[in-house]
Design a protein around this ligand. Structure first.
Ligand SMILES: NC(=O)c1ccc[n+]([C@@H]2O[C@H](COP(=O)([O-])OP(=O)(O)OC[C@H]3O[C@@H](n4cnc5c(N)ncnc54)[C@H](O)[C@@H]3O)[C@@H](O)[C@H]2O)c1
Length: 912
């Protein structure tokens, strides 16, 4: 048996033992021959208006006659028919157009001419004419387009038009041929995607082996003034459709909504704006659902490109919604920020966060057209620019050294001039700087595409583009960080790991850290002390990356290598080493305006992170949110870890930025920077809230602040030092001591208040009592109460051997009982210091109010632990309730001092 079937979709059986081969499409791959056809049509289209003008041909006036004349011409029909048979997404065809990308984009559209609105085909003709620089002919074609668009013909598909005008038979014959040869060209679902398949089947069809592929087409363009009606980019897409459904970022709508409306009004295109929040806090699946519902309400069809306008968040969520809508709907991305303009915008990875997991849901769905227009950057907050530039540094560091050099050249001027859009205070050459900005954006996009478009579905994990994104997803949301700052910390750490591998020299590492630091990005964030969290993120990343860490890091500058093994113990050491290095950079490696809330954006830790997880997710199987709050594993900078060999000696952090006088600095930098910082004055009493806000990490101040303050504060007395040493020796929980700074504070408060008697509720090993005693006159007294007899005996010994023993009275027992006893004996105190059980503060407070001398006051220690204790620790809520009770108590005036873990000072009003 040797049957051979030529038909489409049929088995071609070569012999009975060989597998049958199933073929699908018959495309014309004679790409080079096509160039002649193209020259002929360009010539015709360019000459046509001239011939009309000089009278050599008679051109009709009625739009339908114009259409008939154009489509019936054999040069036009030959060109369109040949275009429809081409494999327009093939490499071969693309290669033959290497010298003419504009024509390639036209041919990719015209393959589908039967289903394009008539005006869209004419626009493609106009584009071919515009390539010739023949201004007159281009103008004429644009006026033909306007005429046809204004009558009903414009939105009619060419297929229908040809029926209406009784077009030549060749179009019908070709359509019939295409039904078998390439149905994409005649009945496409989308003009932006085609698929192929190759199938072999055993003769009895018991085994079938197949491969399938999908080809997508997309265009990325850097444009200028896209909302200026003279710019035809958006008109060319939406005029033919008669309307534009646009998902618009809310901030962009406020700033550019009118210009957007005016643009579409100018071309008589209906604009349906769907405005959504572009905040990270709203990058949730519910936003995606709302977009889906809005698209459905507007009856968006599955081949109608939705226009998405905004930054990274809106491109992710709206792109994801279009991926889901009708399983797949095209979208055009108009990028208004750096993050979207060079990264999230053209990205195939659309997504949203869910239940606090960063990018939990997603789909691979690139836009069909990305437009990056730098003029939008003028209205970006400086902090947003800074975090956007982080994504450019990422590409430069692992993909393109020349881009890295350009970034070093532009440095912080890129931020302060808002990428060359706010040049009033810029002293250099404006044109040159503008060119530099364009080149940086172009090269960033090019590096992006080189890294990503060959691996669209992330089918392998050699992804330079993921540099900086291995550890940071574990802490970006919990820390409330801006994405770029989180990535920046990951880049700095990754670059250090590369140095440790011997892949990057010290000088190169310094260049990377210096560039990040000069742009005021974060090299470090306090949340990175939580090694467990970072390790957990790493483990999740290994899962996500198919069993490999494959962490991209620079190999030198402009090349990429992958770290695949980083055990926990080594991670601890490397993080310690890295922290030390960061401390040698300006601001100790911390970023400027590193958090969403610092730049006026909603804090994501107050949004999606707090949503309750469904039962099924309680094990945190799939994402990066990590509930690790156990302080035992927190990495602290104790200086014990050894630096990577050879590092400490030679490392020279980069040069500092050029010096400015104080007034120059205020003028040039600080005024702009602080423009959006609030006044820090409340104008009315805060509303009560059921719970304290989520607040991580576990300390109030940036690391280093307390160390510095301690260094600048008087060294404590020998008695205080002894208490500290004894507490450590006996392995008691040292954080229960008030510590040096607070001890000095308590002593000074006693002195300033001329106190004689202090009640210290909660002795622990006696540091607070000792400090107060030191602040009292020789006849003063501190009565201190400790519940635990074992701890009390340690304190007792320390008191007895101290210089203040005559002032110290220790009482062992339950604080409420002892206080009641003292109160019933009418004992009075100038200061009552509350520092025992945090969930008893309200009871202590009520008794203490009764025990004060006329000028006495209460101090409550640890009051800001309402922010710092673990979420499931009941003391957190108890302290919040206590703080609010004090705030609402009309009898007292109060101040919460954000010092150590918070000290509230509470003073009865009647004595003021
Ligand atoms: N899909 C990807 O491949 C990819 C890549 C990088 C980043 N991202 C995502 O991007 C997000 C970060 O982007 P983003 O939106 O927070 O940052 P952004 O810099 O794009 O925007 C910051 C803020 O600026 C607003 N904005 C945008 N354009 C503006 C303009 N011209 N004028 C004034 N305000 C403007 C936005 O509403 C947003 O609140 C993260 O969620 C990150 O995961 C995704």
């Amino acid at each position: 048996m040797n049957d051979v079937y030529e038909n489409n979709n049929s088995f071609v059986e070569k012999d009975s033992f060989m597998a049958k081969e199933i073929t699908f499409y018959r495309l014309d791959d004679n790409a080079s021959g096509f160039q002649d056809t193209l020259s002929a049509i360009v010539n015709y289209l360019t000459q046509l208006p001239r011939m009309v003008l000089d009278g050599s041909i008679k051109f009709p006036k009625e739009p339908s006659d114009i259409a008939r004349k154009v489509f019936a011409d054999p040069i036009v029909s030959d060109f369109l028919i040949r275009s429809s048979r081409l494999a327009v997404f093939s490499k071969e065809l693309a290669k033959s157009f290497r010298g003419d990308l504009d024509a390639l984009a036209v041919i990719k559209q015209l393959k589908f001419f039967y289903n394009l609105p008539t005006v869209a085909v004419l626009q493609q003709f106009a584009k071919l004419v515009a390539r010739t620089d023949n201004v007159e002919a281009t103008k004429k074609w644009n006026s033909i387009i306007e005429k046809i668009a204004a009558c009903g013909l414009g939105s009619m598909t060419v297929r229908v038009l040809l029926q209406e005008i009784e077009g030549p038979q060749c179009y019908l014959d070709n359509a019939e041929y295409l039904e078998e040869a390439d149905p994409h060209a005649v009945y496409p679902t989308s003009i932006y995607r085609t698929c192929e398949g190759y199938v072999l089947a055993k003769p009895d069809a018991s085994v079938i082996e197949s491969t399938m592929s999908l080809s997508l087409t997309t265009t990325i363009k850097i444009v200028s003034g896209v909302l200026n009606p003279a710019n035809h980019e958006l008109r060319n897409i939406y005029q033919a459709l008669g309307r534009c459904v646009a998902v618009v970022d809310d901030k962009v709508e406020k700033l550019y909504g009118n210009a957007l409306q005016a643009y579409f009004d100018r071309y008589n295109i209906e604009l349906c704006k769907l405005v959504f929040s572009g905040n990270e806090a709203n990058k949730d699946v519910s936003t995606v659902e709302n977009i889906l519902v809005s698209l459905k309400r507007k009856r968006v069809s599955r081949n109608e490109p939705v226009l998405v306008i905004g930054g990274g968040v809106i491109s992710d969520v709206a792109g994801f919604a279009t991926a889901l809508y009708h399983r797949n709907t095209p979208y055009v991305m108009l990028c208004t920020s750096i993050v979207s303009g060079i990264d999230a915008g053209p990205s195939p990875r659309t997504c949203c966060d869910g239940f606090g997991f960063k990018n939990l849901y997603g789909a691979y769905h690139p836009p069909v057209l990305t437009l990056t227009d730098r003029s939008f950057f003028r209205t970006l907050h400086h902090g947003w620019l800074r975090h956007g530039i982080a994504e450019i540094i990422k590409m430069a560091a692992v993909k393109d050294e020349s881009l890295f050099n350009l970034l070093e050249k532009g440095s912080s001027d890129l931020v302060w001039t808002k990428f060359g859009t706010e040049m009033e205070d810029f002293n250099g050459d404006h044109t040159e700087f503008g060119k530099l900005c364009d080149l940086i954006i172009g090269k960033a996009l090019e590096s992006y595409v080189i890294s990503e478009y060959g691996n669209l579905w992330e089918t392998h994990q050699c992804r330079p583009h993921a540099f900086g994104h291995t550890w940071s997803p574990g802490y970006e949301l919990p820390a409330g960080m801006l994405h770029g700052h989180a990535v920046s910390t990951g880049m700095g750490f990754g670059a250090y790991l590369s140095f440790c591998e011997g892949w990057t020299t010290r000088a190169e590492l310094d260049r990377i850290l210096t560039l990040l630091s000069d742009l005021e990005l974060s090299l470090w964030h306090p949340i990175m002390q939580d090694v467990q969290r970072i390790y957990s993120s790493q483990e999740k990343m290994i899962e996500k990356r198919g069993g490999n860490l494959a962490a991209p890091v620079p190999k030198g500058i402009g090349k990429c290598g992958y770290i695949n093994h980083l055990p926990y113990e080594l991670l601890v050491i490397r993080l310690q080493e890295y922290l030390k290095i960061c401390q040698g950079y300006p601001r100790g490696g911390l970023g400027v305006e590193a958090h969403c809330r610092d730049v006026g954006l909603e804090d994501p830790t107050e949004g999606s992170v707090n949503q309750a997880l469904p039962e099924v997710l309680n094990g945190f199987e799939n994402g990066y949110r990590d509930d690790t709050t156990d302080n035992d594993d927190v990495l602290v900078s104790n200086g014990h870890a050894e630096l990577h060999k050879g590092y400490e000696k030679d490392f020279q952090p980069g040069e500092k930025r050029k010096e400015l006088s104080y007034s120059e600095w205020i003028e040039a930098v600080q005024k702009k920077r602080t423009k959006n910082i609030p006044s820090h004055v409340a104008f009315e009493k805060a509303e009560d809230t059921p719970n304290p806000p989520v607040f991580k990490p576990n300390e109030l101040c940036h690391p280093g602040v307390e160390d510095y303050a301690i260094n600048m504060t008087q060294v404590p007395s020998l008695d205080i030092q002894k208490i500290a040493l004894a507490t450590e020796d006996q392995e008691m929980f040292t954080p229960c001591m008030v510590g040096q700074l607070e001890a000095q504070f308590l002593k000074m408060m006693a002195q300033l208040a001329n106190a004689k008697r202090v009640l210290d509720v909660g002795t622990f090993t006696g540091m607070s009592a000792m400090a107060f005693a030191e602040g009292l006159p020789s006849d003063g007294e501190v009565v201190t109460i400790e519940f635990d007899p074992k701890i009390a005996s340690v304190a007792d010994q320390l008191f007895r051997s101290s210089s203040q023993c005559h002032k110290l009275t220790l009482k062992v027992g339950d604080a409420v009982s002892v206080m009641n006893e003292l109160n019933s004996s009418d004992e009075k105190f100038d200061i009552v210091f509350l520092d025992a059980s945090k969930d008893q503060y309200t009871s202590y407070y009520k008794i203490a109010l009764d025990m004060l001398t006329p000028s006495g006051f209460i101090m409550a220690d640890n009051s800001l632990c309402a922010l710092l204790y673990d979420e499931d620790d009941s003391r957190r809520q108890a302290l919040h309730d206590f703080n609010q009770m004090i705030k609402n108590d009309k009898r007292v005036e109060q101040l919460v001092v954000p010092f150590r873990e918070g000290v509230s000072i509470i003073r009865p009003k009647k004595y003021l």
